[in-house]
Design a protein. Sequence first.
Length: 63
Amino acid sequence: MLVAKDGYCLNCERMTYFVPTEEGYECQSCLGINTMRGMKDMEMDSETKLDTLKDLYLPEDEF
């Protein structure tokens, strides 16, 4: 079973889901490989983090 992880994508510049592949973790928004960063790795103020987290739940991302 595939296990998706959520994280911040450096290419998309937003929170999204990543799935493991042979090359690494693939972003489900831009399909970039190994562009994931965790929230603890992000250097930004709390207001920006809040806006970034809201992006994870955008209705257009629903399947």
